[in-house]
Design a protein around this ligand. Sequence first.
Ligand code: HEC
Ligand code: HEC
Length: 209
Amino acid sequence: MGIVRFQSTGVSLAACFVVMAGMANMVLAANAPSRSGKEIVSTICIACHGEGKDGAPRIGNTADWAPRAKYGLNQLTRSAMDGVRKMPAHGGEATLSDLEVERAIAYMVSGGRTLDKEKTSGKVTHGTGEQIVAAACGNCHREGSNGAPRIGDANAWLPRMAKGVNELVSSAIHGHNKMPSRGGFSNLSDADIRAAVSFMASKASAPAK
Ligand code: HEC
Ligand code: HEC
């Protein structure tokens, strides 16, 4: 997953950037320090998973979790990010990173006995960078609405790309001025955002002719 197609041949800043993005794939997307499973559960997930609101499996309750946990952490992570019935996408907090969601789930399933992961599995994706951009980011980035850097406009992208891939991925996850968190698509994972940013950045290297 996360395949990025190169449109230009020569080595350009944008092409280097895309390579960096691929290499940094397993690095934490958010530059902000990530929160522990315990912190996230006790501030966010507890609102429903504490008492079992609307059938939410209760924290540390083996009987509640057993039928779900058998599908494995990747599947649980996918449904927590996408949302399922009364469970909102990302638990209603779109700025949570993939790693934070995985930690929170592990904490709830194990009742706090599982140690926090150091790295995200990066397994939850909804398509290639190109597909994510077509479905989600293009709405604003095709035309450059509200000052969004336009796809293919190197002048708009190069100064932003100078900040480095992690910084751009982080601002797309958290939101940046008029850009909403995850572009308003709260089910997208960090891996999706990274692939989409890489795709748009790769277009900034297209020869201006
Ligand atoms: C607004 C209430 C609410 C909040 C907040 C919430 N959940 Fe849930 N969650 C639910 C409900 C309800 C279900 C049961 C959904 C169903 O299967 O019908 C659920 C189910 C789940 C499941 C099981 C999904 C599956 O495939 O069976 C996971 C994992 C999960 N939540 C993770 C989280 C995490 C992590 C957080 C905090 C970041 C969180 N939830 C915050 C309501 C919530
Ligand atoms: C609702 C409109 C909208 C959507 C949808 C949207 N963006 Fe944006 N985006 C913006 C705007 C406006 C800006 C300029 C914000 C600023 O920096 O002032 C921006 C800026 C950015 C930046 C530059 C941030 C920086 O730090 O300079 C990145 C990266 C980005 N968007 C990625 C994405 C990705 C990835 C998606 C799809 C998942 C997406 N955007 C969807 C409106 C949008």
